[in-house]
Write a protein that binds this ligand. Structure first.
Ligand SMILES: Cc1cc2nc3c(=O)[nH]c(=O)nc-3n(C[C@H](O)[C@H](O)[C@H](O)COP(=O)(O)OP(=O)(O)OC[C@H]3O[C@@H](n4cnc5c(N)ncnc54)[C@H](O)[C@@H]3O)c2cc1C
Ligand code: FES
Length: 283
């Protein structure tokens, strides 16, 4: 258990119900590249072996093509935002934050991108869960959206609180609508994304009956709220974390989550034990 985050202790979950799919190295092809929300890039990639096996909340390491200032040595981790197994495709959504994502923004339709995946331990919907609450902010929406795909297939109801700085930059509204999700969209520009306002909205929405599980990604303050609601409602909660990753495969130990209580002990690896961890109520 780690105490490093402002939202409280993280727990590595118990044994997985099924073995994880073995990662493969896939030469994917860019089928579409869309710029949307004034800042995000969405890539549709043909990557059949990963698209057919990836679980919700898993990620890929993307080998970035050379940019205008030369080669980018290390691959970059990206959540698998959507899986289309019948077509053998998957979608990644990213924001430009540095050299790697800037170079990736130059990926052209028809270009090959080397992917390693699927990687990590993703979100797991408890077998008895009938209603899932997803909370995503900014690019963090990408990690939780595949849970809505699984919930739709399994006949479960999903509510997604989707948050961003501006209305125009909320990710996943179209995906959630397509998947029959009950959407609560909030943003900073009208004040609706303030954590107190979100707290009230969720308590109103679930006043009659709490959701069976909460899954969150994208903001520590929302993870903290998920922790509080999880304890109060006595339902499990899971959070997807980000970390700097060199390998994504458990070799370099560069992604260990720090354990404040024991400076001499390595924390769980975000790429292998996570990126999804348990938080909140122990149920
Ligand atoms: C499991 C996982 C899934 C991710 N999914 C997505 C996704 O779906 N879409 C997306 O846009 N991004 C995602 N990220 C983050 C993405 O990997 C980084 O933004 C990217 O690696 C930055 O590379 P760069 O070369 O552009 O920036 P760099 O030049 O490496 O960094 C630019 C700035 O961003 C900071 N930074 C870089 N990586 C991270 C990180 N992992 N966490 C916090 N700060 C960081 C650096 O400190 C620096 O300030 C994910 C990360 C992880 C670990
Ligand atoms: S990124 Fe190398 S061990 Fe996690």
């Amino acid at each position: 258990m780690t105490e490093d985050r402002s939202f409280g202790p993280l727990r590595v979950r118990g044994p997985e119900s099924e073995p994880r799919p073995e990662p493969t190295w896939d030469e994917s092809t860019v089928l579409a590249h869309e710029f949307f929300g004034r800042r995000y890039h969405r890539l549709l990639l043909l990557a059949p072996s990963i698209a057919r096996r990836a679980r919700a909340g898993q990620f890929v390491m993307v080998s970035v093509p050379p940019g205008s200032d030369g080669a980018v040595l290390l691959p970059r981790p990206m959540a698998i935002h959507r899986r289309h197994p019948a077509e053998g495709t998957l979608e990644l959504v990213f924001d430009i934050v540095g050299r790697g994502t800037l170079a990736l923004a130059g990926a052209a339709v028809g270009q090959s991108l080397l992917l390693t995946g699927p990687l990590g331990r993703g979100f797991e919907i408890p077998a008895a869960a009938m209603e899932v609450l997803l909370i995503g902010r900014g690019i963090g929406v990408c990690a939780v959206m595949p849970v809505a795909e699984d919930a739709a297939t399994g006949g479960r109801r999903t509510t997604a609180l989707l948050s961003a700085r501006t209305r125009a930059s909320i990710i996943g509204l179209d995906d959630a609508a397509e998947l029959g999700v009950d959407i609560i969209a909030v943003s900073d520009d009208d004040g609706s994304s303030a954590v107190g306002a979100v707290d009230r909205l969720l308590r109103e929405r679930f006043a009659a009956r709490p959701p069976s599980v909460i899954m969150v990604c994208g903001a520590d303050r929302l993870a903290r709220l998920a922790t509080e609601l999880s304890v109060e409602w006595d339902v499990p909660a899971q959070v997807s974390l980000e970390a700097h990753m060199a390998c994504g495969l458990g070799y370099c130990h560069g992604c260990a989550a720090p354990i404040s209580a024991r400076a001499d002990e390595e924390g769980p690896l975000v790429c292998l034990d996570g990126p999804v961890f348990a938080i909140g109520a122990v149920v």
